[in-house]
Structures are given as C-alpha cells and as structure tokens.
Design a protein around this ligand. Structure first.
Ligand code: TXA
Ligand code: MG
Length: 332
C-alpha cells in the first residue's frame, strides 16, 4: 500500500473540525479522539474510502466497523430499534456503548463496512471533538480503533501517529482519552447479548434492562463461520512481548504491570514496573492499560508479568483485553 502519504496533525478546534469534515467528504481518512480510544474515521457511505481504511489498518476484511453518528435520530435512519435497544440507547448515548442491530431497509452504510452482515454496529460517541466532526461532516462516520490491526488501541494522538503515519490523511490531536478501553458492544437480537465487554459496565446495562445480560462465547461464530463479534478474535490486542497473567511473583528479566498496593514475590527482579492504579481504581487502570502495554512492549523484556485484577465493573473489560494480549500475536 501507499505509505508515502503526508499525514497532517492538527490540534483539536474549530479549524481542525472543518478540515476533518472536508477530508472525510473527499473520501479521506481522519483519526480523531473519542472518549474510549482514538478512532480512524471514513465516510460510512463511501466504499472506496472504506477500502482504503481496511488497507491502512491491515485489517481482515471480514471484521466489520462501527458507524458513529451524532444522535439517536441519525441512528434510527441506519438500524431498526426494538424496545430494549431503545432503552439502552436512551440511557447510555452519547457514551461508550455500541449496539449491533438489524439494518434499516435503506441503510446508508456501505456493505463493505458491515462485511456483508445483515446487522450494523452503531454508537453515539460522547467526546466533543468526535461529535463536532460527525456533525460538521453531516453523516455517519465508520471508525475502528486507529491502530494497525492486531496492535493495542491508541489512547493518544502519538500512538496513532506511531502506527499510521504515512498511511492516513489527518490526525486530530485532542489529548489523551478518558475511558481508555473500547466501547461495550451489545447485540440487540431477541435477547441482548454482551459481544464485547468495554467502557460501560455490565452492571450498568443490567440495571437498565432489568435482567442479566447474556455473554457471547469467547470465539462465537455466527452463520457461515462469520464471527458474531470478530473483535472477539483471541489475539486482537497482542503486544510483541509475551504476557503472563495473574502473576504472584516476577521472573528475572520480566517487566511488571502492577495493580493496587498488593505485593508480588521477587518484585526486585522486574526490569521495569508500571502500576495501572496504585489506589486500585479500575477506571484509572482502564485509562492507563493500552498506553502502559505499549510502553512495556518497547522495553525488550522477556515477558510482561501482570498482577491479578478484580473482575468486577470495568475489570471485566480490562481482563478481557489482557487475556487477548496473552494469547500472543504470532498465533493470530
Ligand atoms: O470504542 C470503540 O468502540 C472504538 C471507537 C473508535 O469508537 N472503536 C472500535 O472499533 O473499537 P473496532 O473496529 O476496533 O471494533 C469494532 C468491533 C469489532 O470487534 C467488530 O467485529 C464488531 O465491533 N462489530 C462491528 N460490526 C458488527 C456486527 N454487525 N456484528 C457484530 N460485531 C460487529
Ligand atoms: Mg480495534
């Protein structure tokens, strides 16, 4: 692919928003911050732009994209909402929730973006920069996380630049993101299913539904071998360095990814230590997760030992990403 493109980086603001909307309208690729992670946006109705997007990310074409829209009214032009889907949208949009829904009859999202499925993933992001760009563009913007496929998701403009410079047209720098893990994905079929844990907790969703949320099996496959949520592919978030989970000790030459104030045996053996949250705050840990994994991955450690992290609240999403990181990229 073309890698000698000049990638422009602009600080978020009115001028950057107008430039971003113009680049999208011309079929270009624009990375911008959302509250969860940075996204790589393209015009949802422009198949050629979407083809370039898959190429820039090196993403398998069977992995469909999320359409980002300004509000529920725009979402209802794209997908069909039943009562439960409406309740979730009204409770959590704008915010870190993606709904997978049946496509509306005249769904304007290109087939390439939904990978030929008869469902479409939609979300209304809460980040001001993302919202301004979508409104200025005036249509749906498909945006996967703005990283090379298989790398951890970017939480700063710098991460995006490191992965995609020379491959995309524009990066809007809005500073580090707030949430740090991707949106929670819920499939709204007859019974809502948790397809990907993320920045909105299962407990919050169950409170609104009034009943427990089903979980999709980790490597769920739909009809015809299509993954139900292809992002559930085990190796999706793997750094190069092997990851060792639930570490209660440190081996010589390992990096340590710590959590809270608990101690591990032989901590002095660690070549480097980063603590996701000294105070044991899962929201702080989520915000730090991908950035710390990237930093530790650069230290040429034998492995990254990760201390146990509680599985409640945002811990479910954090542990999900860590398990994927531990599977290893060469098993993709
Ligand atoms: O927080 C987020 O969701 C970020 C920001 C940029 O919005 N986006 C993001 O996109 O994480 P991406 O492409 O990295 O992950 C989208 C996930 C993939 O796992 C994909 O398989 C799943 O959504 N997905 C998209 N359309 C789907 C569909 N129709 N059915 C099931 N899963 C779908
Ligand atoms: Mg991604």
């Amino acid at each position: 692919m073309e890698t000698d493109l000049k990638t422009l980086i602009l600080s978020a603001g009115a001028a950057a928003t107008a430039t971003a909307a113009g680049v999208l309208a011309e079929g270009g690729l624009v990375a911008f911050p959302t509250e969860t992670v940075y996204g790589l946006g393209a015009d949802a109705g422009n198949a050629a732009a979407i083809a370039r997007l898959y190429e820039a990310k090196g993403r398998p074409a069977f992995n469909p994209l999320i359409a980002h829209v300004a509000d529920l009214a725009a979402a209802r032009r794209i997908a069909l909402f039943d009562g439960q889907a409406l309740r979730l949208a009204e409770a959590f949009w704008p915010g870190p929730l993606t709904l997978v829904l049946p496509k509306a009859l005249s769904c304007p999202v290109a087939e390439l973006a939904t990978a030929g499925l008869d469902t479409v993933a939609i979300r209304v992001p809460a980040h001001k920069v993302a919202r301004d760009i979508i409104r200025a563009f005036g249509g749906a913007v498909v945006a996967p996380s703005a990283n090379i496929s298989g790398h951890v998701s970017p939480t700063t403009a710098d991460h995006v630049n490191g992965d995609l410079a020379g491959r995309i047209d524009l990066i809007i720098d809005g500073g580090p993101v707030e949430v740090g893990v991707e949106s929670t994905i819920v499939g709204c079929f007859s019974d809502p299913v948790l397809l990907r844990p993320g920045g909105l907790t299962r407990a919050d969703i169950e409170l609104v539904l009034g009943h427990p949320l089903q979980s999709a099996p980790a490597e769920a496959e739909g009809d015809g071998g299509q993954p139900i949520a292809p992002g559930m592919l085990a190796s999706h978030y793997a750094p190069r360095t092997p990851v060792r989970l639930n570490a209660s000790d440190v081996h010589v030459g390992e990096a340590l990814l710590a959590f809270g104030r608990a101690k591990v045996a032989r901590a002095e053996c660690a070549s480097v230590v980063m603590n996701l949250s000294e105070s044991g705050d899962l929201a702080e840990a989520a915000a730090n997760l991908f950035g710390y994994l990237r930093t530790l991955d650069k230290r040429n450690a034998d492995a990254i030992a990760v201390m146990p992290i509680p599985d409640d609240g945002l811990g479910e999403a954090i542990n999900d990403r860590l398990r994927r990181a531990a599977v290893g990229r060469d098993q993709a």
